[in-house]
Design a protein around this ligand. Structure first.
Ligand code: ZN
Length: 204
């Protein structure tokens, strides 16, 4: 069911991860980036964002990659990692799958931004703050874009069932992750600060 995929060039099919011999990763950067988008769309196909508009999950990785591209970030590995950044954490995808389809450079960035799901939520959130300063530049950019998009969504389409207090805490946690990464992109950091200023006001 729902097997809508392009029976086109080998790269895209290979990226979809079907049980067929893998064709080599397409060399053209634009093809590789689109293959990553196709792969992510396939992996997230049954997921929706937590926001009240429950948009298709793939909109989120696409928003990250668009944000980075619009800010002049053109490294294909970075854009691919942005598109794939939630596949291992949230779908049945391994780092090996990513490496096989898209290469080690992309897999390594995704590994850097992926939480260890065997740990409790509070510990994972603490580790994100602790690790932030030590990430590679591309991993910092993906993480920064992720936090910008998440704060934006938190304002325009807040997750259903989240209290005001929980949303406010999310803003502060996101800032605690971003602050140690400052110096990586003035433009993205300014964008983050703009979103942060939209933090919901405390009631009463
Ligand atoms: Zn994300």
């Amino acid at each position: 069911m729902g097997e809508h995929y392009v029976r086109g060039p080998g790269g895209a099919r290979a990226a979809l991860g079907y049980n067929e011999p893998m064709t080599p990763t397409p060399a053209e950067p634009i093809s590789r980036v689109l293959s990553a988008a196709t792969f992510a769309a396939e992996r997230h196909r049954d997921q929706r964002r937590k926001g009240k508009d429950a948009s298709p999950y793939i909109n989120h990785p696409l928003a990250l990659a668009s944000l980075l591209a619009e800010r002049g970030e053109r490294d294909p590995a970075l854009l691919m990692a942005a598109l794939l950044h939630d596949t291992v954490e949230d779908t049945a995808t391994s780092f090996e799958d990513i490496e096989r389809a898209f290469g080690k450079e992309v897999a390594d960035i995704v590994r850097e931004v992926t939480d260890d799901k065997t740990l409790p939520q509070a510990e994972r959130k603490r580790l994100q703050i602790e690790h932030a300063a030590h990430l590679s530049r591309p991993a910092k950019l993906v993480k920064l874009a992720d936090k910008i998009c998440n704060l934006h969504d938190m304002v325009v389409s807040p997750p259903t069932g989240w209290s005001l207090e929980r949303r406010r805490e999310y803003f502060d946690w996101a800032k605690a992750v971003v602050d140690p990464m400052r110096g990586v992109s003035a433009e993205l950091e300014a964008l983050f600060d703009r979103e942060y200023r939209r933090k919901p006001a405390a009631s009463g």
